[in-house]
Design a protein around this ligand. Sequence first.
Ligand SMILES: [Zn+2]
Length: 462
Amino acid sequence: MIVIDGCAIATLDGDGAEHADGHLVIEDDRIVAVGEGRAPDAPGARRIDARGMLATPGLVNCHHHLYQWATRGLAQQATLFEWLVELYPVWAHVDDEIEWAAARAGLAALALSGCTTTTDHHYVFPATAGDLLEVEIGAAGSIGVRFHPCRGSMDLGRSDGGLPPDEIVEDRDAILAASEEAVARFHDPSPGAMVRVALAPCSPFSVTAELMAETAQLARRLGVRLHTHMAETLDEEAFCIERFGVRPVQYLEDLGWLGDDVWLAHCVHLSDEEIGRFGATRTGVAHCPSSNARLGAGIAPVAALTRAGAPVGLGVDGAASNESGALSVELREALLVARIAGGPAAMTARDALALATIEGARCLGREDELGSLEPGKLADVALWRLDELDHAGIEDPIAALVLGRPRGVDTLLVGGRAVVEGGELRTADADAVAADAARQSRRLRERAGAPGGAAARGGSAA
Ligand SMILES: [Zn+2]
């Protein structure tokens, strides 16, 4: 049993209950009590003195590409399509050692930023690379975060009118067989699961319509969720209109891809009518504000989507288009970009925190056991220290967390297990993880023969 005492608490429950000086009690992997004031006596319990801290639900990251940790800092001034064309040939050289190092670094960065549950969209499977999905599931287990890996895929190479080079696309039947095998091997439908698998063809410009439709049928037969990229850029919109004769959302809907078992990354360029369809079908959205800003893609209509009833979670996206990889940063980014587009009432600090917690849990279909601090829910808890220079004395602890300088978490519990304590990773040596990531990033650049210098960084070499 664990007793957490003396902290402000944002429960994110259905009533939005908050406590100025409250307590949490945890038994095994579940929360058993939350409330104002001191916890009831619990002889033998481990006590965490959380004075000066804010307790929130562990953050939920709804979109990522962990392998991209090994290709940060490249193509800095590129549009999405330019960035992809530059990076695909590098990603074609990812192998199991690179995947392991990049995934561990990305997962450690997430944990240190308060994230207890993350998804990953892995769609690059070079023929000789080994089982990269198995590798990243092992990496998540070693860091100790709850993991929703997506078996991604690409089957539309350049010679068939797609964007990726032919060398890194797979055969459709092989993809469907590997997807089914991934679910059979790794997906755990039971309550409290640490690993759940989703199926995730990559994007309209790298996947055939046949694979999209057949993957949706397979996911529904197997009872797993669906994920893909959608409406990220105007280039994608133009591609869909030219190739399919319809806008991206209509394309997806025609293939059976709107529904409450689907969550989609980005959704920046949506019409009012399309936003209404997201709400009516309860299709989820993974909002990735830093990545959208970094690639100059635009600002997703988050307030309109949530008003329409669509679940909207937050995502860091891959670290090649968001060199931070920290989810606590996205709280602030989400609020700021919403207000740039829609004025100061477009998003409150509490709205931003809800995106990163309960709304993210809805995207992953786990709002019954994740995303809020309530008795019966899993003990995924983030404790944020707010009594130091950056935040001491601030009027509202939630404003400190969302509007103040983005910071690391002090203590992170996943199912009651301490993954971060005192701001330090407890499940791995962060310095060793960083050194391995640096070594494998270098190795990937050497394997790919990627040029260094200003051109590779997207600088103006001309
Ligand atoms: Zn992405």
